[in-house]
Write a protein that binds this ligand. Sequence first.
Ligand code: C5P
Length: 243
Amino acid sequence: MSRRRRIYEGKAKILYEGPEPGTLIQHFKDDATAFNNKKHAVIDGKGVLNNRISEFIFTQLNSLGVPTHFIKRLNMREQLIREVEIVPLEVVVRNVAAGSLSTRLGIPEGTALPRSIIEFYYKNDELGDPMVSEEHITAFGWASPQDIDDIMALAIRVNDFLSGLFLGVGIRLVDFKIEFGRLWEGDMMRIVLADEISPDSCRLWDQSSGEKLDKDRFRRDLGGMLEAYQEVARRLGILNDNE
Ligand code: C5P
């Protein structure tokens, strides 16, 4: 893949030009970062697992009619995606209090929220991805009111699907982050789900033990990050018991 033109390199992924116009190749790295890059490690095999887990989820979302950028997985670390114009927002959906919500509002981690909450953060590493409101988003032109309506409707559908998927394998979906892009088809623009959904971008707690099966293992120095991601993949039926 090294001969392909590199379009963008992020903390955990690289985008290369794709084989056809309007396509890109999304490559999953083994790098784990947290606290806006202040903490970094390389976890051998993480990229392979996230590629598989994200493929599994995006394939099902596509078949449920949730529009996404995903076309197909190409190999262990790469997937073919549609080129989209990324909306500069990180959209967080929360079902249970944890992480920054608990810190900011003093709600103990693990408290079930009265209803799912959607939050927006402005994607900007230099600023540390600050939380923003719909007023900021529309005033600064990052997304239109219609875009926000579409994003919220899709975020709710993704949450419903993921909550059920994980509940079925004994995992509580605490929260997750998703990103969206604009897909142009002639003059028509559609908002589609982009980026990835993996244990890097979700909080996943074992339903009975409460054990963390996500990136908090890295953020909080709990160890066993790869094993946790393997467990998620195994429960979703992606890995065999001996993989
Ligand atoms: O840190 P916070 O509690 O706001 O994170 C909420 C959710 O969004 C978590 O599942 C976390 O993994 C995810 N997230 C992410 N990328 C970020 C910030 C948060 O995937 N830059």
